[in-house]
Design a binder for this molecule. Structure first.
Ligand code: GUN
Ligand code: ZN
Length: 443
């Protein structure tokens, strides 16, 4: 066989082979290869199967990255996160609207400074990678330089990243406001510069309805028409006071989502974070327009916003990914985030299985971002972004791991007890971009 490859990875692989429309279908799509081989050519997967089948493909002496006793899964996908809020995680005492006013806006004001944007972009990307997250849909601030810095550094890593500058023209401090025309011009310039460059994409990012005048939403709509394959990323129905405020600000709209829908902002490339207090017709609109949801468990708990109805999302066939929503979210770590998703489901008597949780964090998230042809599992032809997890790093984890026989149980224990200590290696574009410190490996 004449198939060029540059890298060989051997180990215990788990992924989901295909997208599903019902959680019951996941059982048929689980792909667990306890002793597997994956061959990469540069940043692309060119062969995936069992070691037994693949061993003969390797020329004598070919170097193999072998990870016995580890678990290799596709890179995690974070479908909603704010990089400028990294430094304000754990801001005490408030719910959404006062949290924004008291903590978020002052923090975001600092990103007018290029140096600050550079420093925080580097820190943020390292946090993603050290937590096994290889793709994210990211909010910047209103300052174009905030996303310039992030895109520049993600490009250097050849990461698959989607980001955008915030657009807002009311109900925030003066220093964070812009005119609709300025917002249009600056966003347009960023799209032209970054959208489709390497593995980067642009998300048109109106913060949310309350910080948008109708004139701003018109400019968002204009951009959307001019760049139909760019993403649209915003917040929807997170907090009850917010929902009531939107009704006051847009009395002619049928619902919160209708504000966005009237400006043509729903659709296949639209991702709405939260969606906690939706009316039936809003669910229907999300479904009919093929819009996607980012479910943000730790944020929803931290800000006391509400409980996301996962079962309803399945019933309504709305595509869904998981978001950490840092800094309202309290961790970058997807394992911890899935553990909290499980508890949110428990409070509503829905059993979130580990396999379903891992689906949402990988292939399901890729589908929500219309990227399931590029990332999310180990299919040949996909981009080589993956994580090598150490399934047990602490005495407690080891004790519990030894007591779990099935892979589903091991995964469930990981999402209950796991965190960034379990991330042993992160690969982006076929290359190691994060390596656990030696002391961590020995723990
Ligand atoms: N709604 C509008 N802006 C924000 C934000 O920065 N974080 C969260 N969680 N919700 C928002
Ligand atoms: Zn958010």
């Amino acid at each position: 066989m004449n198939m060029p490859f540059t890298t060989a990875i051997r180990g215990n692989f788990f992924d989901i082979a295909a997208c599903v429309d019902h959680p019951q279908q996941l059982g048929q799509q689980l792909r667990h290869i306890p002793d597997g081989l994956m061959l990469l050519h540069e940043g692309t997967i060119v062969w995936f199967g069992s070691w037994q089948q693949g061993e003969s493909l390797l020329p004598p002496g070919f170097e193999i990255a072998h990870y016995p006793d580890k678990l290799i899964v596709p890179g995690f996908i974070d479908t909603h996160i704010h990089y400028p809020q990294t430094e304000m995680i754990g801001a005490y005492g408030e719910q959404l609207l006062t949290w924004l006013k008291n903590y978020t806006f002052p923090t975001e004001s600092q990103f007018c400074c290029e140096q600050h944007s550079d420093k925080m972009s580097a820190f943020f990307l390292q946090q993603l990678l050290s937590n096994g997250t290889t793709t994210a849909l990211v909010f910047g601030t209103v300052h174009p330089q905030s996303v310039e810095a992030l895109f520049r550094q993600a490009a250097a890593l050849n990461m698959r990243l989607i980001a955008g500058k915030v657009m807002m023209d009311r109900h925030a401090p003066e220093a964070l406001l812009e005119s609709p025309e300025q917002s249009y011009r600056q966003t347009r310039a960023l799209i032209e510069r970054w959208h489709g460059k390497q593995r980067l994409s642009y998300a048109i990012t109106p913060r949310f309805a309350p910080t948008s005048t109708p004139a701003l939403l018109e400019q968002v709509q204009r951009l959307r028409q001019e760049f139909p394959d760019a993403y649209l990323h915003t917040h929807l129905s997170e907090n009850l006071d917010e929902v009531a405020w939107v009704k006051e600000l847009f009395p002619d709209s049928r619902s919160y989502l209708d504000v966005y829908h009237q400006y043509g902002l729903t659709g296949e490339k639209s991702v709405f974070a939260h969606c906690l207090h939706l009316e039936e017709q809003e669910w229907d609109c999300l479904c009919q327009t093929r819009s996607a949801i980012a479910f943000c468990p730790t944020s929803n708990l931290f800000l006391g916003s509400g409980l996301f109805n996962l079962q309803k999302a399945w019933q309504k066939q709305v595509r869904l990914g998981i978001g950490t929503d840092v800094g309202a979210g309290t961790t970058f770590n997807m394992l911890e985030t899935l553990g909290e998703a499980y508890k949110i489901a428990q409070l509503q008597r829905y059993q979130l299985s580990a396999c379903e949780a891992f689906y949402h964090a990988t292939l399901g998230g890729a589908r929500a971002l219309s990227l399931d042809d590029k990332i999310g599992n180990f299919d040949v032809g996909k981009e080589a972004d993956f994580v090598v997890l150490d399934p047990a790093v602490s005495p407690l984890q080891k004790l519990r791991h030894e007591n779990s026989r099935e892979l589903a149980e091991q995964l469930f224990v990981l999402m209950t007890l796991g965190d960034d200590r379990n991330v042993y290696r992160t690969y982006v574009d076929g290359k190691v971009v994060y390596r656990a410190a030696k002391c961590q490996e020995a723990a």
